[in-house]
Design a protein around this ligand. Structure first.
Ligand code: LR7
Ligand code: MN
Length: 651
């Protein structure tokens, strides 16, 4: 302003020479003097490169991004490749893995701004977004995270976000015990990013939930985006998120989560929404799919591999099938499902899970890359209109350390009039770690923070359906979960729907253990007091249907339902018979989504449970605790074939 006034003053004085001088000064001042913060960001010690040389590199450079770092051609990990350590470098690697739960040594070898494959559907690559979109503050909370993954997260955000949309990156240090994340991080960020990256130090250990609130409270962008501190944002990740929020202020949106393996740090995408193609050089590649076969694809979500494949072959003898490929961690064999082709669900134990995109959801999409609704989210990666985020209550500030907040915000946004959506064109990689490099014991949760946090969400949002949570957690009944009044007030203030409404309208696929059933609860053989039981085995896999001494209704492992569809089932798995024969057939529990639904079960008046296709009966003759149930020839009133459900529905 001052320069403009001076110019005007001199103009009036007609002092030509001085006028020329000042004009030159103004031009120079404009280009070099002001800090056009978001137009030409200050990256000290690094040139803002727009040089043509980068065209040669394999990295696809978006010239609108905040900065364009030198590509690290030939460096380890480029193009999202995994890193092989030498024998020397691998010495005592176990100790590193035990402490960090990922391969820090491999990570340290990778450039902080490595290239990664663009995992988006082809359609996304040709989508143009309007220039005028809401700006974003990216909030990254961290506790005991390490230098290279954290900075790689930051660089991936800076390099792959259009600079006019990125308001700031806020790093919230939740009292880390790691030296390098102290002063050294301050100095580095100061020097390299100026005030585009701010570091907030939590005054006390907040836990990730409160830390996210703290970060968002300090954000200034239109939209707040949360990321974990070990992510890599992919090309074009931000535009579709803020675009969707511009269209719908009350949408909370999640990118598709790609995987970064914890051992080699390779970047991978679930291939599940892609079709195989070939190039004329006869190399294989993946493309966006034109057709998806969810049931088959879904074999990848769980180790239940065979059923969907066999089912399809039964339908079409001439089909050659491939399961969708997901990644199994190369360090600990942990299963890293990605969000693509899936939506978020939950177990009644209030743990998050992935389920295949329901057909109704697919059918409602105009294009396969349109955002689509999801009942729940994994928790870490999401974007929300900042003001809206707080209008609906932010996160519960009395939840401790880790867990539960993801289901809480999912239920809440749906019940209170907003929506939760996955955005296929936005992709962000995340290192899936098999453990946590920080202490999980909260003050009030006394070790079981997930349990207490989930209790809070069940008490506030789930109405009577909280009974299923307590069925899994009898031990928590009557335990203290703190004060939830302020959370209940949110529900009142926003006049939110009931949980029943949520189940009916948002998640009609969710099986409710005691609704639309003939009978439910413990299934007892009165003669022996043995009951049907899962033996606590992980029901994500196919497991035997077994028996165990009845626990009088206190064990969730003994809770079964006979549905109105005549499935004898658990929450997600159904009893089916494996094999053929007429004498004695073993019974297994397998994902209901893929079973042959001809395998109906009929409850006879005399207490027999008959497998309809084979006309054989559930029989425990000669069986003892932990044995697998068998089907045998039905014999009227045979004691080992009599069963009593704990409850029978009257309706
Ligand atoms: O006390 C803590 N304080 C923190 O700041 C504990 C953790 N943290 C930080 C931590 O450093 C990290 O940056 O919080 C972030 C998340 O912690 P992680 O990475 O250990 O958690 P996670 O990836 O195992 O957990 C998932 O579930 C959590 C439940 O509370 C959170 O919602 C995480 O954000 C969430 N992560 C994802 O959903 C990533 C994508 C997964 C998929 C698919
Ligand atoms: Mn994480």
């Amino acid at each position: 302003m001052f320069t403009v006034h001076l110019y005007w003053f001199l103009y009036r004085r007609r002092n030509k020479l001085l006028l020329l001088f000042v004009a030159i000064f103004c031009v120079l001042f404009y280009f070099y003097g002001t800090d056009h913060h978001h137009l030409t960001p200050t990256i000290k010690n690094r040139t803002i490169q727009t040089k043509k040389t980068h065209v040669k590199s394999k990295i696809l450079i978006n010239r609108d991004t905040y900065s364009i770092p030198e590509p690290c051609i030939g460096c380890p990990g480029e193009n999202g490749q995994g890193v092989q350590l030498t024998a020397e470098e691998s010495k005592n690697l176990d100790a590193v893995m035990k402490k960090e739960f990922f391969n820090l040594r491999a990570s340290d070898k990778i450039s902080l701004w490595r290239s990664i494959p663009d995992t988006r559907d082809q359609l996304c690559k040709s989508t143009n977004y309007p220039k005028d979109l809401p700006t974003a503050s990216v909030v990254i909370v961290f506790k005991n995270e390490r230098w290279s993954p954290v900075l790689r997260t930051v660089y991936s955000v800076l390099n792959r976000s259009p600079k006019h949309l990125l308001k700031e990156v806020i790093l919230v240090d939740d009292q880390s015990d790691i030296d390098e994340m102290g002063q050294r991080l301050d100095d580095y960020c100061d020097e390299h990013f100026g005030d585009l990256v701010r570091i907030l130090r939590a005054p006390t250990r907040l836990g990730l939930i409160k830390a996210k609130n703290y970060g968002a409270n300090n954000a200034t962008g239109d939209v707040v985006v949360f990321l974990d501190a070990h992510c890599e944002a992919n090309t074009g990740w931000l535009e579709p998120l803020v675009y969707r929020i511009k269209q719908k202020r009350t949408a909370i949106v999640c990118p598709i989560v790609d995987g970064i393996s914890s051992y080699q740090l390779s970047y991978y995408s679930g291939t599940t929404s892609s079709l195989g193609i070939f190039s004329w050089s006869l190399h294989f590649g993946w493309s966006g799919s034109l057709l998806r076969i969810n049931a088959i694809r879904n074999s990848s979500i769980s180790p239940i591999l065979l059923e969907p494949l066999l089912f399809r072959i039964k339908e079409k003898r001439s089909a050659v099938l491939c399961p969708g490929i997901d990644m199994i961690s190369d360090s600990n064999m942990g299963y890293g499902g990605t969000g693509d082709g899936s939506v978020g669900g939950f177990w009644w134990s209030l743990h998050f899970n992935w389920i295949p995109i329901p057909p109704r959801t697919r059918n409602a999409q105009k294009s396969r890359v349109d955002p689509y609704p999801s009942p729940t989210m994994a928790g870490g990666l999401l974007a929300a209109h900042r003001e809206y985020f707080f209008e609906i209550g932010g996160y519960d500030d009395d939840m401790e350390v880790w867990g539960g907040e993801n289901l809480e915000i999912s239920f809440r946004v749906w019940m209170c009039g907003g929506s939760l959506e996955f955005v296929p064109c936005s992709r962000v990689g995340h290192i899936f770690r098999p453990g946590h490099p920080y202490n999980m014991t909260g003050e009030k949760g006394k070790g079981d923070v997930h349990g207490r946090n989930s209790m809070r969400l069940a008490e506030v949002w789930m109405d009577d359906y909280k009974r299923f949570y307590y069925m899994h957690r009898h031990d928590l009944k009557g335990k203290d979960y703190g004060d939830v009044e302020s959370r209940r007030e949110i529900r009142k203030r926003l006049n939110c729907h009931s949980f029943k409404w949520y189940l009916e309208n948002v998640f009609p696929e969710k099986f409710i253990l005691d609704e639309n059933v003939h009978a439910f609860g413990e299934v007892r053989n009165p003669a022996t007091s043995l009951c049907l039981d899962t033996l606590g085995k992980d029901e994500k896999a196919t497991i035997p249907l077994s028996i165990y001494s009845c626990q009088n209704g206190v064990s969730a492992n003994q809770y079964f339902s006979l549905s109105k569809h005549d499935d004898l089932r658990r929450e997600d798995t159904c009893a089916v018979v494996s094999g053929h024969g007429s004498d004695s057939l073993p019974v297994i529990l397998s994902a209901c989504a893929y079973i042959d639904h001809n395998q109906k079960w009929v409850l006879e008046k005399n207490g027999a449970i008959v497998h309809h296709p084979s006309k054989l009966c559930l029989d425990i003759e000669g069986l003892k605790n932990n044995d697998q149930l068998q089907l045998k020839k039905c014999e009227p009133n045979k004691p080992s074939q009599q069963w009593r459900f704990e409850h029978y529905s009257t309706s």
